[in-house]
Design a protein around this ligand. Structure first.
Ligand code: ADP
Length: 189
């Protein structure tokens, strides 16, 4: 089993690199952002509550995303491995993920952090907003709020994995293939 956490601020390229990792290693992609947007599209109560926060660039409660990940882990037993994308976003989520995985006799192998400066992030997200239809990508103030949430609540997750010897930072600016090559080198170490 190859279980990875892809880490980095909004717009760092986690989705792009996840798609390439899935293709190469046959992993299951678990993106809490995608799962939440699916709930919104389906019009569930959870989706309606989450949307109010997501539209302000604020994180949804830990219990909500942890519950969604727990369901998926139970559904996909026997997978070749998982890529966690956009999760864990708080230290409490990271602790909960370790507990959930332990219950399945699994663990995280690497936490790979894509590092991109704020200026580049804002440009990428505004560009994505032109085609993604995501309301949270279309407004600079909201993007700033998301990056601020990242700095306050999510950045400390790096230290959590570093203390387990699993943190690997890479430069997220450059050619997509070149960045992917660095990720593969970490995995195949
Ligand atoms: P991005 O990383 O590009 O901002 P995501 O699609 O991962 O986008 O997340 C969009 C929004 O969904 C976040 O701004 C947040 O409100 C919510 N969200 C996604 N994942 C989580 C999570 N693990 N914990 C809390 N909120 C989350």
């Amino acid at each position: 089993m190859l279980n990875l956490v892809l880490f980095g601020p909004p717009g760092a390229g986690k989705g792009t690199q996840s798609a390439k990792l899935i293709e190469k290693y046959g992993l299951i992609h678990l993106s809490t952002g995608d799962l939440l947007r699916a709930e919104i599209t389906a019009g569930t109560d959870l989706g309606q509550e989450a949307k109010k926060l997501m539209d302000q660039g604020i994180l949804v409660p830990d219990s909500v995303v942890i519950g969604m990940i727990e369901n998926k882990l139970n559904e996909k037993k026997g997978a070749a491995g998982f890529i966690f994308d956009g999760f864990p976003r708080t230290v409490a989520q990271a602790e909960a993920l370790d507990n959930l995985l332990e219950g399945h006799q699994l663990s995280i192998k690497h936490m790979i952090s894509l590092e991109v400066n704020q200026e580049e992030l804002t440009q990428r997200l505004l560009e994505r907003g032109k085609t993604s239809g995501r309301p949270d990508d279309q407004n600079e103030e909201l993007i700033r709020k998301r990056v601020q949430e990242y700095g306050e609540k999510t950045a400390p997750v790096a230290g959590y994995y570093d203390s387990q010897g699993k943190f690997q930072g890479i430069n997220g600016i450059g050619e997509i293939e070149e960045i992917f090559g660095q990720i593969v080198r970490i995995i195949e170490g």
